[in-house]
Design a protein around this ligand. Structure first.
Ligand code: HEM
Length: 399
């Protein structure tokens, strides 16, 4: 067990900050994190919570450390105790050089020509959900839409029949809003039990779905082993649910608070792709942890071999030293490539980034075309949570 404050950590670096419960997170995830960017706060601080770990608080440092896969390992999904050992995600928890061939195979399966071809399926899933909601005049966007859309999209990508979908719904909720009723092991086993028949079938007789494409690519010239296939499919399921749910939740909250943006994007749907890019920059919710495999000097201190470093994308994307007026949603910003870290940086940058972007665009197009002007329900509060994927936990809307 690591000491909460080891001797190599200077006293002026120590903060009381729990990444699972930053101060005021229920009201505003972004403001809660940005308390770490108050003037005078160093670029690397040591949190005594969760066994003790570093947090990078300045944008450039977040990005540099994120991309340093040689000295900072991804193997153990560190800050959440036990999670890494249980999940053993491929390729997320692999380090170079082992990581490369697995990632290449997954990337080929998610290549942009396949993403383009998937668009009608995603559109059909989004349309079906929107059509179901519209007559109701109100919803909790998180439970009624954000948690369901990425799950249904994922199941379409791997060609699971519609009638099988409710089985994964509980699992989806536990993934996005864990209530402690399932252990991490139970969650993994439930996901594996669900996915296994599809994996087995696709390994034996590949179709043209996502799993089949990746599995038939092989790994570095050989077939996937059963264990590797399970770990990879698990990574795809877990990687694309709560992240997408969190993103569309935050973007919808933005639109609910900015009727002028709803109006603009309804009038000018051609702006939606660049708007999606900028909204994804503005509302980053993923943080990652790394383990130092050697001593790393940064910001005037030593991250000792074995230390954990926590890297929040919010502290890069919303750092005024990295982006002009970072709080402003400026759709013109999306016209040129922007180096934000919503999807990570370096060797592990999200392999689903193209798919996620397409999902965002299709969501915005479908939702805005079908729904009347919508607003926050004045009677019920918006609530948020922290953790590795921050998100709205309740987003009551009316229209
Ligand atoms: C808006 C939605 C999404 C966000 C914000 C997001 C964010 C990220 C981030 C920050 C990473 C880097 C993790 C690290 O450095 O440790 C990552 C990796 C990954 N993501 Fe996503 N992701 C999204 C959607 C998806 C989707 C839809 C899929 C799958 C279909 C997916 C699958 C993966 C996988 C497999 C990795 C591991 C890549 C590697 O280790 O080489 N993600 N994602």
């Amino acid at each position: 067990m690591q000491l909460a404050t080891p001797p190599h950590v200077p006293a002026d670096r120590v903060v009381d900050f729990d990444i699972f419960n930053p101060p005021g997170v229920e009201r505003d995830y972004f403001a809660a994190w940005r308390t770490l960017q108050a003037p005078g706060t160093p670029g690397l601080v040591w949190s005594t919570a969760n066994g003790g770990h570093w947090i990078a608080t300045r944008g450039e440092l977040v990005r540099t450390l994120w991309a340093d896969a040689e000295r900072l390992s991804s193997e153990c999904l560190a800050v959440t105790p036990g999670l890494g050992e249980v999940m053993r995600f491929i390729p997320l928890q692999q380090d170079p050089p082992e990581h490369g061939p697995f990632r290449t195979s997954v990337m080929k399966g998610l290549a942009s020509r396949f993403v383009v071809a998937l668009e009608p399926k995603v559109e059909a899933v989004a349309q079906e959900l929107v059509d179901g909601l519209r007559p109701r005049g109100a919803c909790d966007f998180v439970a009624d839409f954000a948690e369901i859309l990425p799950l249904n999209i994922f199941l379409s990508l791997i060609d699971v029949p519609l009638e099988d979908r409710p089985r994964l719904r509980t699992l989806g909720v536990q993934l996005t809003r864990p209530d402690g009723s399932m252990t991490v092991e139970q969650l993994r086993d439930a996901a594996d039990d669900y996915l296994w028949p599809f994996i087995e079938q696709r390994m034996a007789a590949p179709g043209d779905d996502l799993f089949s494409r990746i599995l038939s690519e092989g790994v570095g010239g050989r077939p996937w082993s059963v264990d590797e296939a399970r770990r990879m499919c698990r990574n795809l399921l877990f990687g694309g649910l709560d992240t997408v749910a969190a993103m569309i939740g935050m973007v919808t909250l933005h639109l609910a608070r900015h009727p002028e943006d709803q109006h603009l994007l309804r009038e000018r749907p051609d702006l939606i792709p660049t708007a999606a890019d900028e909204l994804m920059r503005r509302y980053p919710t993923v943080s990652v942890s790394r383990n130092a495999v050697v001593d790393v000097e940064a910001d005037g201190v030593t991250i000792r071999k074995g230390d954990i470093v926590y890297l929040p994308s919010v502290l890069h994307n919303l750092d005024p030293a990295c982006f002009d007026a970072p709080d402003a949603v400026d759709y013109a910003r999306g016209l040129t490539p922007v180096r934000h870290t919503t999807m990570g940086a370096g060797a592990h940058r999200c392999v689903g980034a193209g798919l996620a972007r397409m999902e965002m665009i299709v969501f915005l197009r479908t939702w805005l075309a079908a729904m009347p002007a919508f607003a926050l329900d004045p009677e019920r509060p918006v609530t948020m949570k922290g953790g590795n994927v921050g998100a709205c936990t309740a987003l009551p809307l009316v229209w």
